[in-house]
Ligand binder design. Structure first.
Ligand SMILES: [Ca+2]
Ligand SMILES: [Ca+2]
Ligand SMILES: [Ca+2]
Ligand SMILES: [Ca+2]
Length: 405
């Protein structure tokens, strides 16, 4: 008798299915109760391009004699192999000891579907490479394989396009092919403020859950809090000033006001040195007569350095894209030094120098800024009678001018 065989994609292969034989369509039908994802025998979407009838053995004959297509059957059939396709766990759950022909699945989980099975050259069939129970489930879509000539007979070639399980992510897809969409995805931390600003005082992150394939609203977050601020150690003053060293004479006479070489005569006092006094304006606005007037060394042959320091804290994870110090006016020059854990002795960028009449802003010093406390020191030089000034100072972090703490 010629059987019209109809199988199913089933992820719940029952013992009955495993032992079902072609002789009993009724038992196969019973198996279908556990089928999902188009297990309906009449579902054309899962239909294989019918077997040619040239199965590995006479009894392994998946023809579509009934005129309809058949679908993948993960239940091994008897007769296809001496081992009878009985369930075997040596290759993992759902893997059989031997390949079963004509079903398009990789019964023995060796990485090939229907390998060594005969077929009619030119035909193609739906196939799946991977644990049979995952065939056609979620992201584990079926592929196709051609029947190619191999010597005297046709055999099934490589199965291409069949899906593989991947870790479940929030995307409305059953990525891990366990039959459940977006299952077991835990809520995750979230934060919609600027990167790292959740570490600022007053801000905090929240959590969000996966729903309908997308991450939901971030619940419990607080993004509205203050950016880093300028604060010294003396009360609430944003800056401190130190006239450390006093006026001095240079061994040479320089040619340009505030030129870099003059700073060889500067000596930045430590942050704990005596002489720091509070500056109450964030913009500093230091402007007064020059101490160089009437001294023995003439203009550019001597000078006086005045130091200004401030501090700001950067939270761990806070992304610093830019840090610049800008000036409203300077007479005669200024230089910016950054001190922090990465630069305990201080670092000066070539673009840290401000000259009388030059660009009133440093280059981007962001690359020198680190998490934790940063100390900024402005070394101001007055190298000529009769005036000196350092005004309109701004420390701008990520485009925002820092205010007083
Ligand atoms: Ca196989
Ligand atoms: Ca097979
Ligand atoms: Ca899943
Ligand atoms: Ca998913």
């Amino acid at each position: 008798m010629h059987h019209a065989f109809i199988g199913f994609v089933s992820r719940n292969v029952t013992a009955m299915c495993l032992t079902a034989t072609l002789a009993s369509f009724a038992s196969l039908a019973a198996c279908s109760s556990g089928a999902i994802g188009g297990g309906d025998p009449g579902d054309e979407s899962l239909a294989l391009d019918g077997g040619s009838g040239e199965g590995g053995t006479p009894s392994d004959d998946p023809t579509d004699a009934a005129g309809g297509a058949f679908v993948l059957d993960t239940a091994p059939k008897s007769g296809g192999d001496p081992t009878d396709g009985s369930a075997d766990t040596h290759l993992g759950p759902g893997c059989a000891a031997a390949e079963v022909c004509g079903n398009g699945v990789d019964d023995n989980c060796d990485g090939a579907a229907d390998e060594g099975c005969r077929c009619e050259p030119g035909k193609t069939q739906k196939c799946f490479v991977g644990p049979p129970k995952e065939a056609g489930v979620g992201a584990c879509n079926l592929g196709t394989q051609p029947c190619v000539m191999s010597g005297e007979f046709g055999t099934w070639g490589a199965c291409t396009g069949s899906g593989k399980p991947t870790p479940e992510v929030c995307n409305a897809i059953d990525d891990d092919c366990n039959g459940l969409v977006d299952d077991a995805i835990a809520p995750r931390p979230c934060y919609d403020g600027p990167p790292g600003s959740d570490k600022l005082p007053g801000c905090k992150g929240g959590t969000q859950s996966c729903a309908a394939g997308t991450w939901g609203k971030c619940l419990g977050e607080v993004t509205d809090c203050s950016p880093p601020c300028l604060g010294g150690k003396l009360g609430t003053a944003p800056w401190q000033m130190n006239r450390y060293g006093g006026p001095l004479c240079f061994a040479t006479t320089f040619s340009t006001h505030g030129e870099k070489a003059e700073y060889a005569y500067a000596s930045i006092p430590t942050e704990a040195a005596a002489g720091w006094t509070p500056v109450t304006a964030t913009t500093i606005d230091f402007s007064e007569g020059s101490a160089m007037c009437g001294r023995g060394c003439d203009c550019l042959n001597g000078g006086e350095f005045t130091y200004f320091q401030t501090f700001f804290d950067i939270p761990v994870g806070y992304k610093v894209s830019s840090l610049v110090v800008s000036f409203g006016g300077v007479d005669d020059g200024a230089r910016v030094t950054v001190f922090n854990s990465a630069h305990p002795a201080g670092v000066v960028d070539d673009g840290s120098y401000i000259f009388l009449g030059g660009a009133p802003v440093t280059t981007n010093l962001g690359p020198y800024i680190v998490a934790g406390r940063n100390r900024i020191v402005i070394t101001h030089i007055d190298d000529c009678c009769k005036w000196r000034a350092l005004t309109g100072v701004k420390v701008t972090l990520n485009g925002s001018s820092l205010g007083e703490c």
